[in-house]
Design a protein around this ligand. Structure first.
Ligand SMILES: NC(=O)c1ccc[n+]([C@@H]2O[C@H](COP(=O)([O-])OP(=O)(O)OC[C@H]3O[C@@H](n4cnc5c(N)ncnc54)[C@H](O)[C@@H]3O)[C@@H](O)[C@H]2O)c1
Length: 325
């Protein structure tokens, strides 16, 4: 399709070598899109993992990788002009809640300044049909009014990471208002699956179970997370990409939170290994529960998750065995 493809088919994906980005790139290629991916292969976790994650896309004639940093405005603008995409999916960000507490400036630079560079360029180019800004459930902080709905104020994040994610949602609205840009903010909830980011609990625990390590259990194990299989998240992302709404904020979560103890039971069952558990102190930036109300995603996108957690975690475990052992 490369020969005949027009800009109609092109999607620019930032953060393309990351966990979600690499899965999204392959799904878009599979669906017949041309994909131009941007990533700076930062060292939040081993860049070699990112190289391996994006390797399967590199041989595809409809895929182009641009190794650049979205903080470099001129380089980003040149890349976007050259790619001339119809759709933009903006995933590039620093995404570690704990590290953000220790180093907020880095999060402001990458997540806020980098996003504004991108919005400025999209505004300049002028004919991008729809932009997705990938936000996070962390914008809700510890809001006790669960399940969380998009209409919540979301003005009490616990981590500077969540604060940067919320700030960019607000900037997105201003860009929509002033320049008529279509931007949808997707709030992802605890995504897991193939190419899982290594600093997330499902990965860390899979690794511990399969390599004889210790499971660090925060607090009493009662904290709950709305774990969402990456395949479901990506299906929702592609649906949102093709539907410009002006400005919208949409939760993409599983709507079935699992406690840490319940997650451990699932992983023990899937791996067939009994965990060696050690208690660990909870981080203050860690919320009690994440729980998405997904009625808006159902209504606007016709989306709902379909992968049961046991099936999704089994895929994570199989992927880990094939790629990390
Ligand atoms: N994984 C989740 O559960 C989850 C939940 C909520 C929101 N999100 C959001 O989804 C997006 C993707 O997350 P992920 O889990 O795939 O994380 P990830 O760290 O695996 O991917 C992010 C990618 O962005 C790249 N990147 C970072 N800063 C960059 C910069 N300045 N210029 C160019 N590239 C840069 C990194 O190298 C990395 O490959 C992030 O915006 C994150 O905040 C993820």
């Amino acid at each position: 399709m490369n020969q005949q493809s027009s800009r109609k088919d092109t999607v620019l994906v930032t953060g393309v070598a990351g966990f979600v980005g690499s899965n999204l790139a392959l799904a878009l290629l599979e669906a017949g899109y041309r994909v131009v991916g941007i990533d700076n292969f930062d060292d939040t976790y081993d860049p070699a993992f990112k190289e391996a994650q994006i390797a399967p896309a590199l041989g595809n004639p409809d895929f182009e990788l641009m190794r650049l940093d979205i903080r470099e405005k001129a380089a980003l603008a040149a890349a976007l002009r050259r790619a001339h995409p119809r759709f933009v999916v903006h995933l590039a960000a620093k995404a570690d809640t704990r590290l953000a507490v220790a180093d907020p400036h880095t999060y402001v630079d990458n997540n806020i300044t980098g996003s504004i560079n991108l919005f400025e360029t999209i505004r300049d180019v002028g004919d991008v049909e729809n932009t997705l800004y990938v936000s996070s459930s962390s914008v809700y902080g510890n809001d006790p009014d669960i399940p969380w709905r998009e209409s919540a104020a979301a003005d009490r994040p616990l981590s500077p990471y969540g604060a940067t994610k919320r700030a960019v949602e607000l900037f997105a609205h201003a860009y929509h208002h002033n320049f008529g840009m279509n931007i949808t903010c997707l709030r992802y909830f605890n995504v897991y699956g193939e190419n899982n980011r290594p600093n997330m609990v499902p990965y860390k625990w899979t690794k511990a179970l399969l390599t004889g390590g210790v499971i660090e259990l925060s607090g009493a194990g009662t904290r709950k997370r709305d774990y969402t299989y990456v395949g479901d998240t990506i299906r929702g992302t592609i649906l949102a990409m093709t539907k410009p709404f002006g400005y919208e904020v949409i939760n993409l979560g599983n709507n079935r939170p699992l406690s840490l103890t319940e997650l451990l039971a699932v992983l023990e069952k899937v791996t067939g290994v009994k965990a060696n558990v050690e208690a660990r102190e909870s981080s203050k930036a860690s919320v009690e529960e994440t729980y998405a109300d997904i009625s808006k995603a159902k209504e606007l996108l016709g989306w709902e998750p379909v992968t049961p957690v046991e099936e999704g975690m089994a895929r994570l475990v199989e992927w880990f065995k094939a790629n990390r052992l």
